[in-house]
Write a protein that binds this ligand. Structure first.
Ligand code: 1AG
Length: 134
């Protein structure tokens, strides 16, 4: 059985989100608000097609992609930088490389027990988020 990330997920931990946001050049006032948030993710997976909607009381972000197909990502409401993104499977992990102005930018999603994990990378910063099923 292939992995299925589908579901509604609530953030339970968020390590070094501050460092990640600093690496992305997010201003102090926005960071102060953003780090208080407890975002929810809704993931719809149909084979290799994904829809990931992250919502919060402050801003929302949605993403649609197919494994192995590069797409333009605008990061609207986040750092607003455009990049070229490519998501691939590495075993049961979903790995995204975001090529653009920022070095070493990307993220990895995987399931561990009943939890959804997300590692967000930018330059030399790594943020680690864990979500539980709603
Ligand atoms: C994400 O990517 C993007 C969603 O999870 C938010 C994650 C990190 C925030 C990124 C940069 C911070 C920039 C601005 C802070 C302002 C608002 C924060 C809003 C957070 C909720 C949207 C991976 C993903 C796959 O798309 O799950």
């Amino acid at each position: 059985m292939p992995v299925d990330f589908s579901g509604t997920w609530n953030l339970i931990s968020n390590d070094n989100f501050e460092g990640y946001m600093v690496a992305l050049g997010i201003d102090f006032a926005t960071r102060k608000i953003a780090k208080m948030l407890k975002p929810q993710k809704v993931i719809k997976q149909d084979g290799d097609s994904f829809y990931i909607h992250t919502t919060s009381t402050f801003r929302d972000y949605s993403l649609q992609f197919k494994i192995g197909e590069e797409f333009e990502e605008d990061n609207k409401g986040l750092d607003n930088r455009k990049c070229k993104s490519l998501v691939t499977w590495e075993n049961d992990k979903l790995v995204c490389v975001q090529t653009g102005e920022k070095k070493n930018r990307g993220w990895t999603h995987w399931l561990e027990g009943d939890d959804l994990h997300l590692e967000l990378r930018c330059e030399n910063q790594v943020c680690k988020q864990v979500f539980k099923r709603a």
